[in-house]
Design a protein around this ligand. Structure first.
Ligand SMILES: [Zn+2]
Ligand SMILES: [Zn+2]
Length: 334
């Protein structure tokens, strides 16, 4: 069958209508008709070849909601007509230490939906059935997509940093990632402090569930939270001062990065030593964590806030993502 897509034909170019053929759905794959697809900053990085491994034509899109249209001969877990979500990961080896301990997103052989194939800015996408997740009914098609990359990125990071409930959690930055982190952390029973740059965003943070919001001026919070934090999740993709946020953590506190500035961190060791604090980074999440995240998003009412665009207006949407003015995620609708 012919798949109608939008593809970048070279680095930093606008995407243009482009099509490709899917001849057979492989035995372990499913063919999904795309209903909605979020736009993540990684799509823009891939279009621009910022990481040096983009291959063109490049069909972006890895926050996909769709309907299973056909299943490969060996697929037993999904059925035609089922509504599913697909995120960043396309496959993993299945037998390395990481895969065997259920941390398949850390697998050295893992592949990505848009790095090793064609993504969701398209009528259809074919993927490994293991990386295709049935969506809880209460999650709306229009807004569920961003959970599959943005949502799992913050959820998995918070879990790996120790999030349960009853903790004091700081979230730095209120964008596509931050607005989901605030919702997950607060709705699952934690006290959340948002760190953001404008009064308007501080107000937005409180509406999303933050209990406190602290403004950042000249890169630094204008005041300290009344009590030390257990976890600070930094979602800002630009350099931020490490010492400032380490200093807000209590003993055994964790400073966790999900935004990826290109410059190395400058880390003073004394604040780590004296309070046994840790710094960590975290990418996406395992299959098990994605399923847990989707269940908790449904159970606790976590909803990405989205701007929707018809697929034909994809370049307008990409332009707004590039200018960083989307509140908080752009979603393309079929
Ligand atoms: Zn992404
Ligand atoms: Zn593996």
């Amino acid at each position: 069958m012919r798949v109608n897509a939008y593809a970048a034909l070279g680095p930093a170019q606008a995407v243009v209508p482009w099509s490709y053929e899917i001849n057979d759905v492989q035995p372990h794959e499913v063919l999904v008709r795309v209903l909605a697809c979020g736009i993540c900053h990684s799509d823009v990085h891939m279009i621009d070849n910022d990481w040096g491994f983009s291959r063109y034509p490049l069909v972006p899109g890895h926050e996909i909601v769709g309907v299973v249209e056909s299943v490969g001969a060996h697929v037993q877990t999904l059925q035609t007509g089922q509504r599913v979500g697909i995120g960043w990961q396309r496959s993993a080896c299945g037998h390395c230490e990481d895969c065997l301990r259920g941390q398949d997103h850390l697998c050295d052989e893992s592949t990505g939906v848009i790095t090793h194939g064609y993504g969701g800015f398209a009528s259809h996408v074919a993927v490994d059935a293991r990386y295709c997740f049935p969506l809880p009914e209460s999650l709306p098609t229009e807004s569920a997509g961003p959970l599959l990359c943005g949502g799992i990125t913050v959820y998995s990071a918070l879990r790996a940093a120790g999030m349960g409930s009853g903790l004091r959690i700081g979230v730095v930055g209120l964008g596509g990632l931050g607005h989901l982190a605030i919702q997950f952390a607060s709705r699952m029973g934690n006290h959340v402090t948002a760190f953001t740059t404008t009064e308007a965003k501080a107000y937005e943070a409180s509406k999303l569930g933050a209990h406190d919001a602290i403004l950042i001026r000249d890169g630094r919070p204008v005041r300290r939270p009344p009590r030390p934090l257990h976890i600070v999740l930094n979602t800002v993709p630009a350099p931020t001062p490490t010492d400032v946020y380490l200093d807000l953590l209590g003993s055994d506190g964790v400073l966790c990065y999900v935004g990826a500035p290109t410059t190395p961190l400058s880390v003073p060791l004394w604040p780590l030593l004296v309070k046994r604090r840790r710094i960590m980074g975290s990418p996406i999440g395992s299959r098990a964590t994605i399923i847990e995240m989707l269940e908790n998003a449904a159970a606790f009412g976590v909803r990405p806030m989205v701007e929707t665009y018809p697929l034909a207006r994809v370049n307008d949407a990409l332009e707004r993502v590039r200018r960083n003015v989307v509140r908080y995620r752009a979603v393309l609708l079929a």
